[in-house]
Design a protein around this ligand. Structure first.
Ligand SMILES: C[S@@+](CC[C@H](N)C(=O)[O-])C[C@H]1O[C@@H](n2cnc3c(N)ncnc32)[C@H](O)[C@@H]1O
Length: 285
């Protein structure tokens, strides 16, 4: 199992890497971006809130002693990074390691426990959300974080099912979601993806953390330093776009990508998981 870094060349070029620089990779994952960056600069500080990444990427860490892994949430950037740095990269979402391991509970394509925690030390899991949240709270979450139009019906069905028996597996949840949506095989799969996305965002508080972390990163950049952000769904991308616009309006930042960069045909052929990726780049003034 491995994780193929997405939009790698575009990110390396976009960061304008030079020997002697210090770069912060906020989402180390399988270490693909970090390793490629580490080969071109002096030092990489790499954050990940998932404590398992040092096992997933043991070879990369051993081969690149200039990567310092910081096992923390990127919401804590300012606590760990004191001096101004030359660049930040955020490659958002989950890694293939997390997605493909059934015990992590991220995928609706396998029957697995309802977990979805990137940081397994936290107590909130997807199981707690589906079994304990009130119906309206669940419906709002599915609508706001999944943009699923059948959110009310799905929440109602979850409540009815859990009164009979607690929900513990993705298979149980999948069956309930499919009962609430109609349409083609593809449309029903898209609904599953939206509801599972909503739960993942809620479990990891992804959208609330993102805007603050990007603003904090921009504050920690040297003049001329670059910020590169890869997002994988429209809610994430909207948040990145809005923060970039705000920073530019404040006069501290220049947006370098009027439209986000997308993977080319060759990348999509090698790595279908890149299909929704968008890269936005900016520079500190
Ligand atoms: C898409 S993967 C990164 C893959 C990596 N760029 C590579 O090439 O292997 C995203 C990683 O970011 C981590 N992550 C997501 N949100 C985070 C957060 N708020 N703080 C720290 N790490 C986070 C996840 O645990 C996951 O390992």
């Amino acid at each position: 199992m491995s994780h193929t870094p997405v939009l790698l060349q575009e990110t390396l070029t976009g960061l304008n890497l030079r020997a002697g620089q210090t770069i912060v990779d906020c989402t180390f994952g399988g270490g693909g971006h970090a390793a490629a960056i580490a080969g071109q600069v002096r030092q990489v500080f790499a954050f990940d809130q998932d404590h398992h990444v040092s096992n997933y990427a043991a070879d990369i860490l051993a081969a690149n002693p200039n990567i310092k892994l910081i096992p923390a949430n990127f919401s804590q950037l300012a606590k760990y990074i004191a001096a101004p740095v030359d660049g930040f990269v955020f490659d958002l979402g989950v890694s293939s390691f997390q997605l493909d391991l059934p015990e992590r509970g991220f995928s609706w394509r396998q029957d697995c426990p309802l977990d979805m925690r990137m940081d397994t030390r936290q107590t909130l899991t997807a199981e707690k959300i589906v079994n304990q949240y009130a119906e309206k709270e669940l419906a709002d979450l599915i609508y706001n974080y999944g943009e699923e139009k059948h959110s009310r019906r799905i929440a109602k069905n979850i409540l009815a099912a859990r009164q009979k028996k607690p929900l513990t597996t993705s298979g149980q949840l999948k069956a309930i979601i499919l009962r609430g949506v109609s349409g083609s095989y593809l449309a029903r799969n898209a609904a599953l993806a939206r509801v599972f996305q909503a739960l993942r965002i809620a479990v990891n508080d992804e959208l609330n953390i993102l805007a603050g972390a990007l603003t904090s990163a921009a504050g920690l950049l040297k003049s001329g330093g670059r910020l590169a952000v890869i997002s994988f769904h429209s809610l994430e991308d909207r948040s990145v776009k809005n923060v970039f616009k705000d920073l530019q309006k404040k006069g501290i930042f220049t947006i370098l990508t009027k439209k986000p960069l997308r993977p080319g045909a060759a990348e999509l052929q090698n790595n279908p998981r890149a299909r929704s990726a968008k890269l936005r780049l900016g520079e500190k003034r």
